[in-house]
Every structure is written in C-alpha cells, then in structure tokens.
Write a protein that binds this ligand. Structure first.
Ligand code: ATP
Ligand code: MG
Length: 352
C-alpha cells in the first residue's frame, strides 16, 4: 500500500503523547480506517529516509498480539506512521474511564503482552522498550495488541533528541544507564499490571492532574516491609520531599539540574511530576525513588490471587539477573491459568 498524505481524511483525534499525535483517518482509495501517528523528529533528510527504511520491518511483524502496520511517509518535519485502528483505544484510557480492571482480565492482558514480546524478540530480535498502558490497545473483538515498539534505532535516536526520553515505567537498571534488554520490558510489564489492577499508577497519581491528592500516595511510596523505619509508613501523609528521602549532596545536584531544565523539558516532565503541598516530585526524584526504594507490589495482600502477586513480584525484581525472562513468565502458573481461563474478553470490550 502506497500511502500518501492527500489520500488520508481526518476523522478525529485519538490522543497525543510526548512523541506525537494520533488521529483516526480514512484511507480514501481503500476506505480503510487507520490510526495515523504523526511524530515530530529532529533529523536530517538522510536520517528520515533511514527511519522509513527501518520502519519497513513493521510490515513483517505479523502477530495477533501486535498492531498491524499500513505504512509510513515523511511530511516534513514529521514522520507519519499508519497503523491498525483499535476502536477501544489504550488501556490507560480504559481504566481511567471504567476504573480498575478485573484481575482475570489483567491475566489475559499479561498473557497477550508476553506473547507479543516473545514474538517481537524471537521473530525479529526487537525489544519493545515502551511497555505501558497507553501502548497496549484493545478492540471491540476483545483483542489486545502492542504498539509503539522500538523497531527503528534511528527513530529512537531522533525522538530521544527532541524530548526527555525518561519514563516512569523504566527499570532501575535502565535508569542507571544500563542497556535495554528484554528484562527491562518485563519490569515495565510488572508496573503496568499493578496500574491496571489497582486503577492507578503504582508510584503516584496518574499525572493527568485529575487526582493529585496526597492520599493517593499511601501505600504507593510505602515500603514492602512496613516495619522499616528508614522509609515511609502507611497512612502517614507527609510532604513528598520527606516521603522520598534523598541524600543531601545528590539532592542538591538534582535540584540544580532541575533548575537548569529547559522550558521544553519542564513541559515534558510535567506529566509525570507530582504536585502537593507546594512540593513537587520531579521525574528525577521519581527515578531515584525507583532505584532506591523497594519495588511496588500488588497490594493489599490477599486482594488478588497469590499467583498474580507472585507474578508481579518476579517481574519487579530490581536486579535484572534475578528477574524472570519473558519465556519463563509464559510458563508461570498465573499465565498458564490465564491461558485456559474462560474470560469473555469480547463481552468486556463491548461494554467499554
Ligand atoms: P507517549 O508519547 O508518552 O508514549 P502515548 O502512548 O499516550 O504516550 P501516543 O503513542 O502518541 O502517546 O498515543 C496517543 C494516544 O492515541 C494513546 O494513548 C492511544 O489512546 C491512542 N492510540 C494510539 N495508537 C492507536 C491506535 N492504533 N488505535 C487507536 N488509538 C490509538
Ligand atoms: Mg504510544
């Protein structure tokens, strides 16, 4: 399919993120409905061409767990990617509208994500790099598929130049500068699953400004070991500056970094910052929290099946060597059970 900008008719905006905007479009010649993602990139024409070449791999990504790809073209200074339109949108939108997602459905989601990750890696040696609820899409047939995976190294580089490429689904080892591996995706999956099952981002509020109440942080910033006095206690409301203790010298360094942040960076980091009592937890502090504090868990204990708690725990081992691989997780009892469990995903999706 030879896609051209003039053949696409805009139907409506689906959403936008750090990297770009996604629009529902009709490809007029074929009457096909697609999702068009427009990404602003900071790259020379030769690099843009290279990106388009690399994106061609997406045509070969054929799996029921991966969004299908229709094509890409350059619309200076943007690159447009046209992909399968998923009529129920992404899981972040779904849980924000309908609340926490039932754990049996979360199990099916975990299975779909693992199958998608395993496919990308086994068939194409692709590491996703951006697993999070907004990159897991649903349609009214009850299908769950991954989008926005790191298929083009040049695209990753070009976007990284235009915005702060840090996200709060990032694993501790990535925050500390280690290479991306499939295990980093496993961490992000663990965070994502907690978010879906609890109906809120496990480290903080959703960042959309709708609920920046401090109560939201209870249990979120709380340690695994409630008796540990060095960290925050359940039910105590403290300013975030206290809730996230930072060693003074590093903190000073971070603050000066923060002060040096450009306007653009500030805008970008706003979405993941926490505001409360006049204090702001910047993304830098949040990243430091992920590195220094115990990983979040599927809590309160006993609310969810033990197997699901265990699954999340092994996704969120802070040491990547101790963390499970996608392959191992596909054999985990919770996933084995999810696989055979009869869940009416189509019925669930229809209600959305
Ligand atoms: P970020 O830029 O931080 O990765 P994001 O994933 O929300 O955040 P985009 O990838 O630009 O940002 O997507 C914006 C929104 O568009 C998503 O949240 C999703 O709801 C919607 N969307 C993306 N792709 C599709 C698609 N293929 N079909 C339907 N909706 C889509
Ligand atoms: Mg996305």
């Amino acid at each position: 399919l030879d896609l051209r900008a003039e053949d696409l008719r805009n139907i409506g905006e689906l959403g936008s993120g750090n990297g770009g905007t996604v629009t529902k479009v009709e490809h007029i010649p074929t009457k096909k409905i697609m999702a068009k993602k427009v990404v602003l990139i900071d790259a020379k024409p030769a690099v843009r061409k290279q990106i388009l070449r690399e994106l061609q791999i997406m045509h070969d990504c054929k799996s029921q767990y991966i969004i299908s790809f229709h094509g890409a073209f350059v619309a200076d200074p943007h690159i447009c990617l046209c992909m399968e339109y998923m009529d129920k949108g992404s899981l972040d939108g779904i849980y924000k509208k309908h609340g926490a997602i039932d754990i049996d459905i979360v199990g099916k989601i975990a299975l779909a994500v693992l199958e998608g990750l395993a496919y990308l890696y086994d068939a194409h040696r692709i590491i996703h790099r951006d697993i999070k609820p907004s990159n897991i899409l649903c349609n009214s047939r009850g299908q769950i598929k991954l989008c926005d995976f790191g298929v083009s190294g040049e695209l990753i580089n070009s976007i990284a130049d235009t915005f702060v490429g840090t996200s709060t689904y990032m694993s501790p080892e990535r925050i500390q500068g280690a290479q991306y591996t499939v295990k980093s995706d496993v961490w992000s999956l663990g965070i994502t699953l907690i978010e879906l099952a609890l109906g809120r981002f496990p480290f903080a509020d959703s960042g959309d400004g709708s609920d920046s109440d401090f109560s939201d942080l209870e249990g979120t910033l709380a340690p695994r070991n409630k008796g540990d006095d060095s960290t925050v206690h359940y039910g105590q409301q403290r300013p975030l500056s206290e809730a996230v203790p930072l060693p003074p010298p590093r903190r000073r360094k971070q603050q000066s970094k923060k002060q040096q942040m450009s306007k653009k960076e500030k805008r970008k980091s706003k979405g993941v910052s926490l505001q409360g009592g006049g204090m702001m937890m910047s993304i830098l502090e949040l990243l430091q929290h992920i590195v220094n504090e115990p990983a979040p868990r599927l809590t309160p204990e006993g609310k969810f099946p033990r197997e699901s708690e265990d699954f999340v725990d092994i996704c969120l081992k802070k040491d990547p060597d101790a963390r499970a691989t996608t392959k191992e997780l596909l054999k985990h009892p919770w996933i084995m059970r999810s696989r055979i469990l009869e869940v009416d995903l189509e019925g669930w999706a229809e209600e959305l």
